[in-house]
Design a protein around this ligand. Sequence first.
Ligand code: GLA
Length: 379
Amino acid sequence: MTSPAPETLTRRQLLAGSAALGAAALSSRSRPALADTSAAGLSLGARAAAKGLLFGASFATQELDKPYGAAYAETYKREARMLTSEAEFKLYTLRPDAEKLNFRPADRLLAFARENGHVLHGHTLIWNDAVPGWIKDLAPDDVKLLLDMHIRTILGRYGAEIPTWDIVNEPIAPWDKLPGNLRNGPFYAAYGADYIATSYRLAREVAPAARLYLNEAQTESADDNGEVFRKSFLELLKRLKGEGVPVDGVGFESHLDSKRRYDFPRFAAFVEEIAAMGFEIAISELDINDHAWPADQKTRDRLVAGMYKNFLSAVLPVKAVKRLTLWQIADHSSWMYYDDLAKNPKGSRRPRPLPFDSAFKRKPAWDAIAEALDVMPAR
Ligand code: GLA
C-alpha cells in the first residue's frame, strides 16, 4: 500500500478528530439565579438588567489558576450576567495542531457559566488574525475543508447551549489593501471575500437557533482611521444583507484609546444607522487604554472614568444596543496589562483600563458605568 499524500493525510486527520470529538453535543441545564446586590449596592449586571441590557465581560479561564483566582471568580459572579470567551474558542486554542482538538478550556468556561448562571457569548470561530501557525502550511482546498469542519464541529458541540456567536471577527483591515478593505489571511486567501458569507450560511445550518454576530474594531474614532473602518464595514454589511447572508447582529468592539479623537454622538449615530438596517447591536469589547494620560494614578482614573461616561451616555440611549461587554473586568487581567508586563517587566506605570483595580477594588470607572446604566432608557 502506498502511503497517502501529505495533503490527504491532513484532511483525514482533521476529519477524524472532528467526528470523534465533536459528536457529543452538550446538553443545556437550568441556570441558577445570580445574586443581585453587593454590600455597597447593586452590581453593574443588576443595574443593566433592570433596563433590559445584558452586561458582562470577557473571561479567561486561566485567570482562575492565578493566586487571585477566587477573587476573580467572585467579581464575575457578582457583577456580570454574561461572559465572552477570551481565548477558549479561538482557533489556536481549539486546534493547537492539525491533528488535535482541545476542548478543555471551552468546557471549563461552560462549566463556570452554568454553575453561576452566566449567559455565554462564543468568540470567535473564523478570524484571519491570530491563527495557529500550522494553518499557513495548508493548501487552499484544505483551508476550505478546515473552515467547514471547524464550524460544524464547534457549533455542533456548543451551538445549542451558547445563544450568541461571533462567527467572523474583524473582517476589515485597510492596510491589507484588498477590495472592500477586507483583512487578508488564510480564509480570505482560500475563498476570497466569500469566506464570510460561507461561514454564516453554514453556521445557520448547523445551529439554527444561535444568533450570529459579526464583530469589528476601530469604528469608533473621529479620525481618518475611524472613517475608513466605518465606511468599509457599512459597505460590507450592506452587501451581506443584500445577498441574504444570515448575520443577525453586529458587535462594536470599542477598545477606546486616550490618544485618539472621538465624537461619541457621531459614533452613536453610526450605530443607529446599522441598527436601522435590522441588526441587533452589542458593544462587545469595551476598555480604555490610558497610555497617553498623566502618570498620576488619580488623574488617570478620573480621565478613564470620564471617557466611560462620555462613551456610554452617547451609546446606551441607542435602544438596539442589547449587550454591553467589557474586555476583562479588573486591570491586571487586561490584554494591555499583560502586554505592558511583557514589554516593561520592571515598569511601575501599569495600564488601568477597567472598573476594578488589581485588588478587585472599585475604581471611578465603576461609578461612571453604574451612573450611565442608571440613567439610560430601558429596552
Ligand atoms: C481583539 C479581539 C479579541 C481580543 C482583543 C484584545 O479585539 O477580538 O479577541 O484579542 O482584541 O486583545
